[in-house]
Ligand binder design. Structure first.
Ligand SMILES: [Zn+2]
Length: 428
């Protein structure tokens, strides 16, 4: 691809400056004040920011095409300014074998509009075959407690499993809710408050304590997904440097007491907790104690969700609203741009060893263009996930007007400009 330049307000080293990016063969090759190639794009007063990376999505492909597939899920990601997603293994078939991972890679390669990586699950059955899986996956996922279509690893196998994944040097992500504890509190949940009681913070606390005990001395990255409680937060406040912590937008923007508690659409694992837990997570986000914001995009159809509370599946969509919600939060002064970019771009790139996540010479030209004056209201009808609804209906958001991935314009003026299959596999 020939060289072209993009001019706008660049955020570098803590402040905005007018500048130009020169892009060649998908990479940023120079950043200068004035720099005009024949192909020059001036984005006016809009900001040029690194594209987001979502290290936790469930695109349901293969297996659940009524909820989502990789084409629709990656379209939603692109419209939300996400250039790269990492998909969870609880698809059908589950990605727990070399064959399933190979087949899923082929399938997804033909469908994705954004760059992607695939995780393999570590469960009781495949614990001896981790090394075989590692060349095909971006990392590993361990479910310590049951969740939607999850693949569980028993507590007694955690030490061996973490030792095995540590040897691969790849990231291991953990769903930290203890199965035994969940069983103890099991019961019919008819409201969000019941659901909270059935999946108490104690279950998160026990699982995190187990992870900390069983990972001492390990050096490869371990990531605790979707932290939800202040109890869990306290345990992780002082943690080894290889352990990172993620939170989701739904745990940051909702608390159970301000929701209609009979509403199954907000049923999610781990559950939405109290305002105290929510404020603790914001404290962590703003004080460098939480590393990542991940969507845990878990689409279910309106028909599947709109049933009695006990029968409704757990999970909410969120890949398209992740970055726009946080940009709106930044505009309101809830978070600084430095923290936002660390959480959505820099740290995920570092954990997955990607040449992305920063506007810097030598990195992939993955960036968004966003006009900070154009606050929009989120409505499901303008989103692109197949599931057709959002928990953030009516929230303020700042959607990017353009997305570039590896120097290629992917989104412009509400259009997707690349074909399915444009997205490349990363993290192998
Ligand atoms: Zn998940």
């Amino acid at each position: 691809m020939t060289k072209f330049t993009v001019e706008g307000n660049l955020y570098r080293n803590g402040s905005f400056e007018r500048g130009c990016l020169a892009i060649e063969q998908g990479k940023i090759v120079a950043i200068k004040k004035i720099f005009k190639e024949d192909t020059h794009l001036n984005v006016g007063a809009s900001l040029i920011l690194p594209a987001g990376i979502d290290l936790h999505v469930h695109f349901r492909d293969p297996g659940f095409p009524q909820k989502e597939d990789f084409s629709t899920g990656s379209t939603a990601a692109a419209f939300g300014g996400i250039s790269c997603v990492f998909d969870m293994p609880n698809t059908q078939p589950q990605t727990i074998s070399v064959q399933a991972l190979t087949e899923k890679t082929h399938l997804v390669s033909k469908k994705s509009h954004v760059d992607f990586g695939l995780y393999a699950a570590v469960c009781d059955e495949n614990i001896g075959r981790i090394a075989d899986l590692s060349s095909l996956c971006a990392g590993f996922k361990i479910f310590l407690g049951n969740s939607t279509h999850s693949i569980r690893l028993s507590r007694q196998n955690l030490l061996v499993a973490l030792g095995e994944t540590n040897r691969t040097k790849k990231i291991t992500l953990l769903h930290a809710e203890d199965e035994q504890c969940l069983k103890t509190h099991e019961g019919q949940a008819h409201t969000l408050v019941d659901h909270l009681r059935c999946r108490s913070a104690e279950c998160e606390e026990i699982a995190i304590r187990d992870i900390l005990q069983n990972s001492s001395g390990l050096s490869s990255p371990l990531h605790i997904c979707h932290l939800s409680s202040c109890e869990g937060f306290e345990l992780l406040r002082k943690r080894p440097s290889n352990i990172s912590v993620g939170v989701t937008p739904h745990h940051l923007f909702f608390d159970v007491h301000r929701l209609n508690t009979k509403q199954p659409f907000y049923k999610v694992n781990p559950p939405i907790r109290s305002s105290f837990d929510r404020d603790t997570l914001w404290y962590g986000v703003n004080n460098n104690l939480i590393d990542i914001v991940e969507s845990d995009h878990a689409p279910h159809t309106v028909e599947e969700k709109n049933v009695d509370f006990a029968s409704a599946p757990s999970g909410v969509p969120g890949v398209e609203t992740l970055y726009p919600l946080l940009l709106a939060a930044m505009k309101k002064g809830q978070i600084t741009l430095d923290r936002l970019l660390a959480l959505l771009c820099e740290k995920p790139a570092q954990l997955l060893k990607l040449p992305k996540g920063k506007i810097e010479v030598g990195r992939d030209a993955d960036f968004i263009v966003v006009d900070m004056k154009k606050t929009q209201t989120i409505t499901a009808e303008h989103l692109h996930s197949k599931c057709g609804w959002t928990p953030f209906e009516g929230f303020s958001a700042l959607f990017p007007s353009m997305l570039f991935i590896r120097g290629e314009k992917v989104i412009d003026d509400h259009q997707i400009l690349v074909k399915p299959g444009f997205g490349k596999r990363v993290g192998e």
